[in-house]
Design a protein around this ligand. Structure first.
Ligand SMILES: Cc1cc2nc3c(=O)[nH]c(=O)nc-3n(C[C@H](O)[C@H](O)[C@H](O)COP(=O)(O)O)c2cc1C
Ligand code: SF4
Length: 484
């Protein structure tokens, strides 16, 4: 599908015409007329983990590929966290992916746990202080719940630049893409246990720094997500559902023992479509190697009948497991930015390593809404955060209001929108008009830049990044791609 086969949300002149488009995607896709101000469902308080949260906005974790080589925050990192604070969102989910081991970094500039624990705690405190500073700058009051996202990048590790995958299980398509043809990169059961211990170490330091919770990240194709789908793996951590969730259970138990009082959450890709690739010629995304055999061997929440026919039996079992473990905070996401970016972060314009959307991105947004709705209906006592809202652009508050007012989700998570327009939640809650020039138009520069070795940021709309030397390079990469 080329971009002129769908109409980006910003092109709709009024809510009625946008709602008609939503109904064309699915009759259940709703947008409410009055999402603004103190009476909004988005301003409905909720008690979570002992805090009185006064709104239903969440800042999703967003890394910037901008830490030092030693894994410490830079001015750019601190600024991003300050801007998360400026959102006024009552729930700050994770800040950004923090690698529990140096070799588990997704890029050489990812924050990570290192031997100088005193410095780690000081850096984490500095990040928390930026959130408070941002909140005070905009007069955001009340409680805020802040977590740190703990990660090991597994298959997508690139600790010093080139890919250095450490896989949980083989995957025919993804192995081929990474040139993996033997077991050299396959983590052993002992390797996994050692990595699990690092999650516990990192959680201890996060608690010492003052974080309210840690997110044991299990999404987007990284290690714990790949393990959830490792049906073809042998041994204690592969095959059965109990084996595939074993490491997650062990990490949660370890954190509980080491960090009494620290809440635990999980960001999980609850369903998936597996790898896509650009079709030769058109560059429109198409499934790559979608066969029953592949789904059988690898993948979590994937159906066999059709690439988009999610199978939620195991995801629901995972949510029940979370309830049993008293992991009540669950951030629901889909897929992976590495192999199905159109689903993971719906966009009008693909990143440089992506492909043109194979469906109207509104349909991809609705897949996010549907999965989290199903999760909420199945496990109403969990505190669920939804994903995929940024593509809705000026209509984001209207759809967000609908989802919360209907009880489909507890918190509306915002990713890219907060890079371009951090104060959007506060503007909605205060009943102020949206600042249209700041609305993220899903140009994907914040993904294209790091895919080409540069720091991430909103190059088109954030003055600081617009003025950086990388901005011209990002533009040139995009132009070269469009010309092809
Ligand atoms: C530049 C960038 C960095 C991201 N970093 C993270 C991250 O560190 N951890 C994570 O779980 N998701 C990360 N994401 C995914 C977002 O949290 C979010 O799921 C995604 O952008 C879709 O939400 P949106 O449509 O509101 O942008 C990142 C996305 C982008 C564009
Ligand atoms: S670069 Fe800016 S406008 Fe483009 S997707 Fe990222 S946040 Fe949105």
């Amino acid at each position: 599908m080329s971009r002129d086969r769908f109409v980006p949300p910003g092109h709709f002149r009024d809510l009625d015409s946008f709602r008609e488009a939503l109904r064309g995607v699915d009759p259940g896709f709703g947008a409410d007329p009055s999402p603004f101000g103190a009476d909004s469902a988005l301003a409905r308080p909720l008690e979570v983990a002992g805090k009185h949260l006064s709104n239903r906005f969440t800042a999703h974790p967003m890394e910037g590929w901008d830490g030092t080589a030693e894994g410490r925050p830079t001015e750019l990192t601190l600024r991003r966290w300050r801007r998360f604070g400026r959102s006024g969102a009552a729930l700050i989910w994770g800040g950004e992916a923090f690698a529990v081991r140096e070799d588990g970094r997704a890029n050489p500039n990812q924050l990570h746990l290192h031997a100088d624990h005193g410095a780690v705690v000081a850096d984490l405190r500095a990040l928390l202080a930026e959130i408070e500073l941002g909140r005070s700058e905009v007069g955001a009051d009340g409680d805020v719940l802040v977590g740190l996202q703990l990660t090991h990048s597994g298959r997508w590790s690139r600790p010093v630049g080139p890919p250095a995958p450490r896989i949980a299980a083989h995957h025919p398509v993804l192995d081929a893409r990474l040139g993996i043809d033997d077991d050299a990169t396959l983590l052993t059961d002992d390797d996994l246990r050692a990595i699990g211990a690092c999650y516990v170490d990192a959680a201890r330091l996060a608690q010492e720094a003052g974080f309210d919770f840690v997110d044991v990240k299990a999404c987007h194709g990284y290690l714990l997500h790949e393990l959830l789908g490792a049906k073809g793996r042998e041994g204690a951590y592969g095959g059965s559902f109990a084996n595939r969730t074993r490491l997650f259970v062990e990490i949660v138990a370890g954190i509980r023992a080491a960090c009494p009082g620290l809440a635990i959450g999980v960001r999980v890709s609850l369903a998936d479509v597996g790898p896509f690739r650009p079709a030769p010629g058109s560059r429109i995304g198409e499934p790559d190697g979608f066969t029953a055999d592949v789904v059988e061997a690898a993948g979590f929440g994937r159906g066999r009948a059709d690439v988009y026919a999610f199978d939620l039996d195991e995801p629901f079992a995972f949510l029940q497991l979370c309830e049993q473990l008293d992991v009540r905070l669950v951030n629901v996401t889909l897929g992976s930015p590495y192999y199905c970016p159109h689903l993971q972060r719906p966009a009008a314009y693909p990143p440089s390593d992506g492909y043109l959307p194979p469906e109207d991105p509104l349909a991809s947004v609705f897949r996010h809404l549907q999965v989290v709705r199903a999760a909420k209906a199945h496990c109403p006592d969990l505190v669920l955060v939804g994903t995929g809202y940024t593509y809705l652009q000026e209509w984001l508050p209207h759809v967000a209001h609908h989802e919360v007012a209907q009880g489909h989700v507890d918190f509306v998570g915002l990713g890219r929108m907060l890079l371009s327009y951090p104060e959007l939640p506060l503007d909605v809650l205060r009943g102020d008009a949206l600042r249209k020039k700041l609305i993220c138009r899903t140009f994907s520069d914040c993904t294209t830049a790091p895919r080409n070795g540069m720091v991430s940021g909103c190059y088109p709309l954030d003055d600081l990044y617009r003025a950086r030397p990388e901005a011209a390079r990002v533009r040139a990469i995009k132009q070269a791609r469009t010309a092809r």
